[in-house]
Write a protein that binds this ligand. Structure first.
Ligand SMILES: Cc1cc2nc3c(=O)[nH]c(=O)nc-3n(C[C@H](O)[C@H](O)[C@H](O)COP(=O)(O)OP(=O)(O)OC[C@H]3O[C@@H](n4cnc5c(N)ncnc54)[C@H](O)[C@@H]3O)c2cc1C
Length: 396
């Protein structure tokens, strides 16, 4: 669907991507790699810290309660490798991934942890205690991704292929002018024309989709915290996750020597435009983590001082915690594709797969890569919420 050079005119693009977090940046890279004349618009500064994709680390592993995510994680891992090779930059470092999960319902992608001597070496040795009722598990595809660096890598790769990345540009309207003709307007009055548009605005999805399409997409922004704790000297940790009553996740911390990131899945509803920056008072996001640390890894992490470095971040959560990857439909038909709900604490690792899928949907009207990789997109359709506010939860 790429425009020939003769057709290229200023202000006109094959694909306009709105929102330059990891999803928009990956979609931009995927579309530009296919030869699309691409525009990526971001309301804040480049690589800002006000959305969901900033920071030094995101964990990757293949443990999922819903098996539908495994093919997405595997596809993404292949695409992470390809992008790193193309950029000659390393943003993903493989690590061991360990976890604890209820014996009765272990997530897909886990296996019971091997007993010593096989499991005697490496980070995490002798650190974890697993209370009764839970089982220790190991997961394939463990690793740590440098988040901000990864977003920058995909933007730079897209630019190398001719994409235009414009920050400080807030999109306020998207309208359809005719078949394959989308007009995007910005807060400063600029107008851009695209054949197709991809909307990946994270926690702002509900607001923007409501105003441009009149649709109430149930994507709830949540204020949450990334907590860094002081590790006792000499400890090395794997990537780990615990799926008990409290869902805890952690990545080894390369960013702050001596600290380890351990945080809790969840948060409190917020308005992304009037979010407080303060991290004090978030006891609900700190106390359960401290209790978990004391129960699961006593003596290895200092909980007396509480997290020494709490950083605010935003989840954007659907009622069933599944992604939204779909055409907006209505008057937009297949000309506008939306991607949202990735910030249920686990989307980053799947960015390159989601980006490729969004780009193919916009450019081809379907995502061949998803089909070939065994990704079942019906779980991510908007229609799951029609007449059923809980979406995929009806499956349970
Ligand atoms: C605390 C925390 C920990 C996490 N840990 C992990 C983890 O360990 N592993 C993992 O895989 N995932 C993890 N995630 C999830 C992952 O970070 C998110 O899924 C991912 O960053 C979501 O990216 P996004 O592009 O959808 O949203 P965002 O990064 O928020 O990007 C959306 C962008 O759109 C822009 N925008 C909004 N409105 C407009 C507009 N009108 N015009 C132009 N631009 C606009 C925003 O400024 C923003 O830059 C975590 C998330 C959080 C919050």
């Amino acid at each position: 669907m790429a425009a020939s050079d003769g057709e290229r005119r200023p202000g006109r693009f094959d694909v306009i991507v709105v929102g330059a977090g990891i999803m928009g940046s990956c979609a931009a890279h995927a579309a530009a790699s296919r030869g699309a004349r691409l525009l990526l618009l971001e309301r804040f500064g480049r690589l800002h810290t006000r959305g969901s994709s900033h920071g030094e680390s995101r964990g990757t592993r293949a443990t999922y309660a819903q098996a539908r995510y495994l093919p997405v994680v595997r596809l993404a891992r292949r695409l992470w490798d390809e992008a790193q090779a193309e950029a000659a930059v390393r943003v993903l470092t493989s690590t061991r991934a360990r976890g604890a999960s209820p014996r009765s319902s272990p997530p897909s992608g886990t296996a019971a942890a091997p007993r010593p001597p096989k499991d005697r070496r490496g980070p995490g040795r002798g650190v974890f205690r697993v209370p009764g009722g839970l089982m220790a598990a190991v997961s394939e595809l463990g690793g740590v991704i440098q988040a901000t660096k990864a977003v920058g890598m995909f933007q730079e790769l897209a630019e190398r292929k001719g994409a235009v990345v414009k920050d400080g540009t807030e999109v306020v309207d998207v309208t359809k002018r005719g078949e394959g003709s989308i007009l995007v307007k910005t807060a400063s009055g600029e107008e851009f024309h695209g054949a197709k548009c991809i909307v990946t605005v994270g926690a702002w999805t509900r607001k923007l989709v409501k105003s441009v399409a009149g649709m109430d997409l149930p994507v709830q922004p949540l204020h949450t915290l990334l907590c860094y704790w002081k590790a006792r000297p000499g400890r090395r940790f794997p990537t780990f996750a615990s799926y008990g009553d409290t869902h805890i996740y952690s990545t080894p911390s390369a960013e702050f020597p001596g600290l380890i990131k351990i945080a809790m899945h969840g948060g409190s509803p917020c308005d992304p435009d009037s979010r407080r920056d303060a991290t004090t008072g978030d006891v609900d996001l700190v106390e359960p983590v401290a209790r978990w640390i004391d129960a699961f890894m006593p003596g290895h992490v200092d909980t007396a001082e509480r997290p020494v470095q709490p950083q605010p971040c935003m989840y954007s959560m659907t009622p069933d915690e599944d992604f939204v990857i779909d055409f907006l439909g209505g008057e937009f038909g297949k000309d506008v594709v939306g991607g949202a709900g990735f910030s249920a604490g686990h989307g980053f690792k799947m960015g390159p797969a989601v980006g490729r899928i969004l780009a193919e949907m916009a450019m081809d009207g379907e995502a061949r890569t998803a089909v070939d990789a065994g990704v079942e997109l019906e779980h991510f359709r908007i229609s799951r919420f029609v007449g059923n506010p809980k979406g995929n939860l009806k499956d349970f």
